[in-house]
Design a protein around this ligand. Sequence first.
Ligand SMILES: Nc1ncnc2c1ncn2[C@@H]1O[C@H](COP(=O)(O)OP(=O)(O)OP(=O)(O)O)[C@@H](O)[C@H]1O
Length: 258
Amino acid sequence: MAKRIDLKDVDIYYGAFHAVQNVNLTVIPRSVTAFIGPSGCGKSTVLRTLNRMHEEIAGARVEGEILLDGENIYDRGTDAVAVRRTIGMVFQMPNPFPTMSVRDNVVAGLKLQGVRDKKKLDEVCEASLRGANLWKEVKDRLDKPGGGLSGGQQQRLCIARAIAVQPDVLLMDEPCSALDPISTLAIEDLIADLKKEYTIVIVTHNMQQAARVSDQTGFFNLEATGKPGHLVEIDDTEKIFSNPTQQATEDYISGRFG
Ligand SMILES: Nc1ncnc2c1ncn2[C@@H]1O[C@H](COP(=O)(O)OP(=O)(O)OP(=O)(O)O)[C@@H](O)[C@H]1O
């Protein structure tokens, strides 16, 4: 079930380094939110706080509140692993388990949860591969290694693996940056399909991609190297790319940045 995410007064640190300052935003269910902005402004850092991946880095911490349908995912009693099950992530480089079969890649998370029923695993495998738009291409090679697929297929395999555990939210960190234009288009089509069921947040360097796939866009910026990044504005994607409120956004999207 797609869920809403609210960030309230979020500050993010790597040890003493204040990486991102005072972010307030809402991610709307069943829609795509894109984060854009120059290198180092903290887009990936913010994304990683949304499923508590950030705290895996030594010394890293988050202040403020991140609410998933009103529940703070950083509450003391909340289990980080359970949060990551609910909020799945797809990375820049496709990272299937290379020697594991396509089938086992898809159901790896379910097996970790203790599901052993072969019929159930096969059903989820097929449904997830269909959901990731990959079933037709791999249905005859489910027992072959995941590492043998093309880059674009591997990324869709990673998306199938992410949706197999039925998350509420999908985070995507530049999911197309290692892919050719055709595979990129396949992933973009898939994102448009997936948003019917999931809440999606995507970090992208590609402004055309943000304009194509997202419903709302957040522009992050930083004043200078070493200063914290901050959210300049977030609004409907159409507005951000046609009539943003802030001059800094206008400069960035029209290429006048820097
Ligand atoms: N593991 C880390 N340890 C220390 N500092 C980090 C770490 N990861 C990121 N940073 C710093 O945090 C800031 C934000 O980085 P982040 O990767 O979130 O930016 P970004 O906007 O996603 O950049 P890019 O577009 O280049 O991927 C940068 O100054 C970066 O050097």
